[in-house]
Design a protein around this ligand. Sequence first.
Ligand SMILES: [Mg+2]
Ligand SMILES: [Zn+2]
Length: 199
Amino acid sequence: MSMKFSIFSIELRVTLKSKLKLNKAIFLDRDGVINKPLFKRGFGDHPFAPNKLENFLIYQSAINFVKKIKSKTDLKVYIVTNQPDLSRGNLSFKDLSRMNQKIFDNMPIDGIEYCKHLEISNCNCRKPKPGMVMKIKKKEQIDLSNSILVGDTWRDIFCGLSAGLKTYLLNKPYNQNYFYNLRINSLNDLTKKINNLQK
Ligand SMILES: [Mg+2]
Ligand SMILES: [Zn+2]
């Protein structure tokens, strides 16, 4: 009987310890947050994802932000991005992995998760669904209630909110009509909001 009890208390301690090890994270959308989106003639101010490496231009503000966060905090930083052009045949996996490599070469990001599906595939990963966030949460022990998502479209906002993240919309000319008030003008603004900047 006492043997059973001690085994139970060991298990309990292990559980508590693993809970203490949860990581906090920032989830970033890619196009419009990390890199410049493209605009096509005849599509108004609707942003598109670049599908060639030469059009994949990373914002200096994103580089500065991730470097600062990784050097001053112990937050994890992940990119979660819808890339349906993979399914449309407009983007090759080779080009996507070149873009990912360019990101890793420019900033100390912890990981990139992408969804290759179209809306009609009804997968669990395409934003606004929270599948990509939940996958990372499970793999990397993320405390979602103390984590953040930043995006520039309603799909990002819905994804972040349904994952239980504090979710910020990065102000852009093309998202001004959103009825959503947690906005930031720049990633630099977010740095200021993040306390715990010291390791
Ligand atoms: Mg975007
Ligand atoms: Zn998907």
